[in-house]
Design a protein around this ligand. Sequence first.
Ligand code: ZN
Length: 404
Amino acid sequence: MLVKGVVFRLGDELPSEARFLLEDFRLAVNNAVRTGLQARVTSRYALTKLTYNDFRQEHPKMYAKHLVSAFEVAGSVLKNHRRLVRKGNAGHVPYVRRLFMKAENQAYKLDRVNGVVDLPIRAGCHVMLKLVLSNYHRDYLNDPSYSLGSLTVFPDRVIIAFRKGAPKPYAPESALSLDTNERSLDGVFAKDNDVKTVKAEFPDIAMIQQRHHERRKRLQKKKAHDRRALRKLCRREGKREHHRIEYRLHQVANAVLSFAESRKSAIVLEDLKGFKPRWKKELNRRLSLWPRRKLHQIIQYKAQWRGIPVVKVDPRYSSRTCPICGRIQDSRMGTEFECECGWCLDRHINASLNLLQTAISKGMAGGLRFNPGAFQHDVMMILYDPVTGARSEPNGTSCMRVVA
Ligand SMILES: [Zn+2]
């Protein structure tokens, strides 16, 4: 089952009854967190059993399902806290400051035609929340194949979870193998005996990271006397950076997926999970690893939603192996890969050839065949370029959009 959270802005201000409900909900969550910590329980079931009766007396009018949902939120807060404790960097007792509430799908009603949420507050008291609808939102409301999941209410917006069964991925007719680098995805597109170079460049992501890093450094000097202001400004800086990078990652992912979908390709990626820095220089590299991991996450999750097969391959030796004779080089320095057998190719493209070969030899990419010797050095297909956006399918990127 795939879940996607869609953000709806509220047309009117939140009614005061609903505001009180949010406050009660927060109170219930924080009480449950404290009780759970004392009693050392984290599961919703245990929390409910332990505290339900007391809470019922304290919040006699609250809708019972909301109360249970508060226990669930408290359970996940406790789980996070416990993980931090295990890692040894837990701070104070967790406390939820943010005003919000969560309702399970039986605990609210949605009028999908008019975009109105019917939220029960207590017996005999409901509030109607009018949602602001765009075409993007209507696509979700009008499609009956999406069922409704939980509803999260904030003072100015709601998030509705839409669920659908994962579509079965198509049988690939070609493969798109990509090596993930700091500023680009480089790889090959292989169909039958035709192998071409592909590239999706995102140099601005590294630039944004660099710029924000410098700004934060400057702030640290300038606001050294005022820690509170420093923290606030740095947080704002970090949030901006995050949004700007995430936006670009979604664009790149959409371009790659549209390319793959239109050619019925399987996407082959390196598995970044096992990456551990072995020397100092790699440690620096690791600092900038997150956008690449994030890009993979986005590609994978969107591919699942669209039914595009994605294959993850262990990248070991992929940048040092010759795809023709199979020799493994000692070092992988330099931008060109050169082998004693005469094979010579851009290092990143070469790595993607090896990823593809691994995927095919392990039978992970269906019944595709692949001949690295058929590689066409002079042909380059651009999947994405930051200036013009996705080039190959001008409309392909509009079917999926960003949701926080
Ligand atoms: Zn060789």
